[in-house]
Design a protein around this ligand. Structure first.
Ligand code: CP3
Length: 361
């Protein structure tokens, strides 16, 4: 690991550790994506998972927003997808244009179809290679984030067979087959642990777990079905990193829509950073978590469609909110950026974060 260029910008890592930084580090979820013409250009000639599986292409796309927004952006995130884990477990996943599983898990019997032992080096070695290549390409300009999907979110895709509006199939599983569901969630969590440790070994400097569908569970069911697998990941990744003498990197949990469980997660989940969506007021979130964890977020991504004055107002308000109380803050959107946003408005978002998050001397 020592042959990587030294890191020149550690704002993200300091804020993730709880430090109040001279200005907020900023990046955006899905920053390497369809709003960028340079991404769409590569996509014309290559399939989505083909890009994920080709380290040179994944490295190129990871670097695109870093090049475009040099000096304005404080982190990169490896170009991949949360659905590479179900693929590694033996499921077929297509992207057309949304995710599609031709053969989803209909009943607990179907779990037999999954690989019993998942060798992440064999199945996901391409992600590790992309991470190592990207670390070299970035030349220490900004840290590189590795990630995976949370078991509950992956479970829902594996059972629903794609995106879902009502989550009827995966809810049927948890309510009708609770024990089988918990066993599958833990099986997914074990693969996530191996995958995240492998990403750190390859060069990832912070890890984020995306629980995009946490919003679909009641507070009780979130604690019963999602939380145990999230804790399993944070505890075991840390334990394995220590045991293997790897850097114990900060970990972020993005439990989208689980704001009712924020206090519980800050106290019990063992993540350094909690990501917030836009449905919670920043000052309120800070009051709830105290300085127990750093926070990340949380502007509504749709503000990016509303022009520069609206963006400026929203960023200013967000900065004022997060500046109340103690603790680190990483500026971001409250969910991924969507196609159709003007890249120049994204630049303005970054400019405004730099301006309004700077600590007055
Ligand atoms: O953040 C980054 O720039 C890194 C790459 C990244 C992608 N997906 C690339 C992608 C990351 C971190 C993800 C995470 C992801 N993938 C999540 C969790 C975050 C969230 O937004 O909730 C989820 C739920 C997925 C599953 C997924 N992948 C969906 C639902 C879709 C289709 C709809 C959409 O949002 O684009 C994808 C496809 C996908 N993943 C694209 C990209 C750039 C677009 C696909 C294309 O080029 O055709």
């Amino acid at each position: 690991m020592s042959d990587f260029p030294p890191l020149k910008n550690d704002l993200l890592l300091r804020a993730a550790r709880g430090e109040q930084t001279e200005r907020a580090p900023v990046w955006i979820m899905r920053q390497a994506g369809r709003y960028l013409p340079e991404f769409r250009k590569v996509r014309e000639d290559h399939g989505f998972f083909e890009i994920c599986q080709t380290p040179e292409l994944a490295t190129e796309i990871t670097a695109q927003p870093i090049r475009r927004y040099t000096g304005l952006i404080d982190a990169s995130i490896i170009f991949s997808d949360i659905l590479v884990v179900p693929q590694a477990m033996g499921m077929e996943v297509l992207m057309n244009p949304g995710p599609q599983f031709p053969d989803p898990l209909n009943t607990p019997e179907d779990v037999k179809k999954l690989r019993e032992v998942v060798d992440v080096d064999k199945e996901l070695g391409y992600v590790f290679e992309a991470i190592t290549m990207t670390r070299k390409e970035l030349k220490g300009e900004v840290p590189l984030i590795g990630f995976c999907g949370a078991p509950w979110t992956l479970f829902s895709y594996m059972i629903e067979g794609g995106g879902s509006k009502f989550f009827q199939k995966c809810k049927t599983w948890i309510f009708k087959y609770p024990e089988e569901s918990k066993a599958l969630l833990m099986r997914i969590a074990d693969v996530c642990v191996d995958f995240l440790v492998g990403q750190v070994k390859a060069g990832a400097q912070l890890l984020q777990v995306f629980d995009s569908w946490a919003s679909e569970l009641s507070p009780h069911d979130f604690k019963e079905f999602s939380f145990p697998s999230l804790l399993h990941i944070s505890k075991n990744v840390r334990k394995r990193l220590e045991a293997e003498s790897l850097p114990v990197v900060p970990m972020t949990l993005f439990p989208k829509g689980a704001n009712q469980s924020l206090s519980f997660l800050a106290q019990n989940a063992e993540y350094d950073v909690l990501g917030l969506d836009w449905c919670i007021d920043p000052a309120e979130a800070r009051r709830i978590v105290g300085d127990k964890v750093a926070l990340q977020g949380n502007m509504d991504p749709n503000v990016l469609y509303a022009g520069k004055p609206a963006i400026e107002n929203a960023v200013k308000r967000m900065c004022e909110g997060f500046h109340t109380g103690k603790g680190g803050w990483i500026a971001n959107l409250g969910h991924g950026i969507t196609p159709g946003v003007d890249p120049e408005d994204v630049r303005w978002f970054f400019d405004c974060v730099h301006k309004y998050s700077a600590k007055k001397a």
